[in-house]
Design a protein around this ligand. Structure first.
Ligand code: ZN
Length: 311
């Protein structure tokens, strides 16, 4: 049985899937802050899953985690939202779990999961709309990382040199327009669900909120255009925390895409509206993707399997 973990800034979602890819059990627990606490969270999540009814012997563990991930070594760097600067995650947990462990960037893992849920055919970009914005591209079942792992980092494409400052140092990045973190910061009012508050305030006519909301749709639509124009994927699947807004967000994005189609016969020919989809909420895509990534180590690398069994 394959186990996958999506280690998020506040919660860790873990699933066990069988050989057919069905979710047999799932657990959700709070993520600890800092490297040691992240290691503890991983061990606890796998232990809790192993105790769930229906979970047979665990053969591999995959972990999706934010930050820069060296998937070959399982090393995590700059996972700022977790309080992790540098962590040899696979090497730290594999000996204690006694099974092969593979680590992948969370968005890339979610892309693998979304692809499987989407029917595992053709090509797909998974566009994650969360605190930040990034995409993972999967073609013919293979995750496309690029030469240095940067493939899909569409959040830092500038679409307006006069736009808002981005944390990366540029101006007018897609993420500065549509990233939950950047937008909440510009809204700068109290509230636990700032993006929802912005949509509510925009509905009530607040001009700042109207502007921020329009910028979000503009940013997301720009990301969709970039992904189709560079990779010509069959589908762009949207997921991440911000997509909890559902149709309120999708309606705005559809209107943006319709406007560019109306202005350009070329854009119209791309049929972007037909390629955009929303990941169903509560689908465990990120954890499922992590489980699939984790299982790759067993088939890919015989050496690792042997070494970890004796770890
Ligand atoms: Zn940027």
């Amino acid at each position: 049985m394959k186990v996958g973990l999506d280690v998020g800034g506040t919660k860790t979602d873990a699933v066990a899937i069988d050989d057919e890819g069905r979710v047999v059990a799932s657990v959700r627990l709070a993520t600890g802050w800092g490297a040691d606490a992240v290691i503890r969270t991983v061990i606890e999540a796998v232990t809790a899953l192993a105790a769930e009814p229906g979970v047979a012997a665990i053969t591999s563990v995959g972990i999706g985690i934010p930050g820069q991930v060296d998937s070959a070594s399982g090393r995590v760097s700059h996972a700022v939202n977790l309080g992790v600067d540098e962590l040899e995650l696979a090497a730290s947990v594999a000996p204690r779990l006694g099974v092969p462990v593979r680590v992948e960037n969370d968005v890339k893992a979610a892309a693998v999961g979304a692809y499987a849920l989407h029917g595992a055919q053709g090509s797909m970009a998974y566009l994650n709309l969360g605190t930040g914005i990034a995409a993972g591209i999967v073609a013919d079942g293979e995750l496309w990382r690029g030469s240095r792992g940067t493939a899909g980092e569409v959040g830092h494409i500038s679409v307006d040199p006069n736009g808002p400052a981005c944390r990366c140092g540029q101006y007018g990045c897609i993420e500065a327009f549509a990233g939950g973190g950047a937008v909440s910061k510009r809204w700068n009012r109290p509230g636990s669900l700032p993006i929802r508050d912005i949509f509510d305030a925009a509905d009530a006519g607040d001009p700042i909120a109207v502007d921020l909301r329009a910028g979000m749709a503009r940013g997301v639509a720009a990301a969709v255009r970039v992904l189709v124009l560079t990779a010509d994927v069959d589908a762009v699947v949207l997921g991440g925390g911000v997509t909890a807004l559902g149709e309120r967000l999708m309606g705005d994005v559809a209107a943006e895409l319709a406007a560019s189609a109306a202005a350009s016969a070329f854009m119209r020919s791309l049929r972007l509206d037909e390629r955009v989809e929303l990941l169903p909420s509560g689908s465990h895509a990120a954890a499922i993707g992590a489980a699939l990534v984790g299982a790759m180590v067993v088939t890919d690398t015989v050496d690792t399997e042997g070494a970890l069994t004796h770890g």
